[in-house]
Design a protein around this ligand. Sequence first.
Ligand code: G6P
Length: 484
Amino acid sequence: MRLIVVSNRVACPKGDEPVEGGLAAALVPAVRTSGAIWVGSSRKPTSAAEKEGFAQMEPLGRGAVVTIGIPSEQFSGFYEGFANSALWPAFHSRTDLISTNVEHYVSYREVNALIARPLLRLTRPDAMFWVHDYHFLTMASELRKLGIVQPIGFFFHTPFPSRDIILSLPHHSELIQAMLNYDLIGFQTDADLENFADYLRQELNLTGNANVFTTNQGSTRLACFPIGIDVEQFAEQAVTSASQPEAARLRSCLQGSKLVIGVDRVDYSKGLLNRLRAFDQLLQCHPEWKRAVTFLQIGVPSRGKIPVYRQLQREVASLVGDINGRHSEVDWIPIRYLNRGFSRASLAGFYRAAHVGLVTSLNDGMNLVAKEYVAAQNPLDPGVLVLSRFTGAAKQLDAALVVNPHDIDGVSRAVVQALGMPAKERRERWDAMMETLKSSSLDMWFSDFVSNLAECPRAERCAWTPDVASTPVRSRQLELTAIP
Ligand code: G6P
């Protein structure tokens, strides 16, 4: 069987390089061991005049990574435009941040078509396609148009919000109808699945039976597959990294103070400002913790061409400066803010050194940082996870200190509770969380989805592709990449 995995961001890391984004970081080991072919955009500026030969293939473990060049102007309308200024805010319930236009939408649709075409060169009778995330909602309809009858699955890494939020998304109806070309759609949580099913029932008048919805395009099954991590591998990595100079330097400079850690892309969905305010509150209300606690926040710059992300970068930096200015001493700084990415190996060592892992997302599909923090702990002396209830992870890790990230006092109190938690309670909570992580690992997520996809019928489907030609758009000939 040949598995073709598609996601916008792919990674083929050399050695210890950082991998950007939770999705790509999760797929690297899965592709390495499964032998899948992983296809995504090259993200390198490509001119519209370039026609052939800009798809590249590189080995990755037993699998391979294929990158496809997309003309820069189209990529920007697709990536900064419709994907990250309409779909991302909508799926994270920030309808106030939706900002898009028909050009962006057309680029989005064109990029879906552009990536679909070279996939034809990779397919075989026994192939299956697994498409990831909101960048490619219309990929299946493009593949069906090209005659693909093999199973095509889709996985939402983001949340899927309630129907009234989706109604704010321009083109929602045609996008969701196009998704009915997928045989299987996977979600992180039952709530996400329920929201999607509710949309199908209420907006498209479909009746599902046991989460299977049938239209004249064929049948689509909805199912829940919470993504996991490679627990053993990450735990081993944490032990190794803890003895490396970087983690040793971190521990020694703490001078006995306890460490709270946060690791996120700088994204409004992560609740970074609330988190910083909660830490500020802690220092104001509990001066006994001054000098006795340090907060290490790693903020990986993200989507920097989009104004709202640049503004958040400035706001985070300014709030860190303000808090540090008010609370620092000549020989102590409460917040260390590192505005760059680190390799997973380095992060594993930092997590192990931290007494508290702090995740305050306002909305998050899963949040793998929470899982990695738990896996990295010393079983005899584990740290405590303080976790937003609005993450997929909180549905599984209920032994964490689960908080409402909008309740600044509540988060601050939870961090104080975590800092003072007795070892016995820390171990009990950690044991429970580890058991959950082991029973829902990355391998299981991957193989569970793939075996469910394999059960889908390989039948001719009647493709339904929403018509963008009816809208007044640029006339542009798509030039598609050939796979050598
Ligand atoms: C989230 C999304 C991924 C995305 C990642 C990084 O995890 O679900 O699809 O790749 O963020 O975002 P970026 O825009 O840098 O790819």
